[in-house]
Design a protein around this ligand. Sequence first.
Ligand code: ADP
Ligand code: MG
Length: 350
Amino acid sequence: MENNQTEISSLGEFGLIDRITKDFPLRNESSKKGVGDDAAVLNFGDKEVLVTTDLLLEGIHFDLRYVPLKHLGYKSAIVNFSDIYAMNGTPKQITVSLGVSSRFTVEHIEELYAGIRLACEIYGVDLVGGDTSASVTGLVISVTCIGESEKGETVFRSGAKPTDLICVSGDLGAAYMGLQLLERENQVAAQSKEGKDFQPDFSGKEYILERQLKPEARKDIVAMLKENGIKPTSMMDVSDGLSSELLHICKASDTGCRIYEDKIPIDYQTAVMAEELNMNLVMTAMNGGEDYELLFTVPLTEHDKVEKLKGVSIIGYVTEPNLGAAMVTRDGNEIPITAQGWNSLAASQQ
Ligand code: ADP
Ligand code: MG
């Protein structure tokens, strides 16, 4: 055991749970009872209740050689909040379940929870429960998020209509380029003679790193749409890549779509990194994933309103289903959109 590290066995399961959950005050009226009984008690009155869950496995979804535990905690909460915002809702509670192998100490788990706590503070969400177990396969994190929306305000993937405009927030592909950068530097470090003293050079690449390590959920975009009186006809978050998400909306809504290559929002650092790695920039933005931006459709009649929104790009339009899903290239050709998004169950990833 390293200096100042506490073995989990010295606290026991209940001691650990007490330690990691003690600094989580309840902030929401709907959280009646949090940690400490056999079940949490929630009361949403006449709101619609949204539930989403994510499972994160070490070696499949994250690599602790280059992801700090605090960032991992933050991100594991954020990705769930993002799913609730994508339904036009507000995240209110989370439960966090952990599988912890023997190489982790109390301090490691506290680091993880420091990230979860920060996310809860910033987004106004209550931690109301979880489960804790030993694991033989590294770290396992499962987060469930419960959210609410006003009756009739929930937005599904299935509401897009031909002629609707397709919009996306922020920019795409940066998180994927950040991951490529981390993996490259990790390999360089492994081969370096300097060993533990090796310092990766991330200067000029801060944005793509932050997009990978500390993504945000687009609470601000949901609020901005509401303020401007715009209700999307369909919406989802971009977790697997734009191509994959567009196909989901088209399938659920029984439509086709056209998006324009030159309208896809891409940051400068993403472009520089793609160039450095000799990767096709547009494919990176289309298939990268983990952007946690919002992809949504609005009626054509809202064009003038959405055009003025900061941080929102109109990238195309919804069509009749027989036209299929395609990207219109800069030179006017149409390329069919296929899903090559990140999928941990796909054979190529095994
Ligand atoms: P039970 O035996 O009923 O499953 P536990 O002893 O597992 O209860 O949990 C005690 C309390 O601590 C419960 O409120 C549970 O939701 C909460 N809890 C357990 N593990 C965690 C965790 N990793 N994070 C947050 N809360 C937890
Ligand atoms: Mg339990």
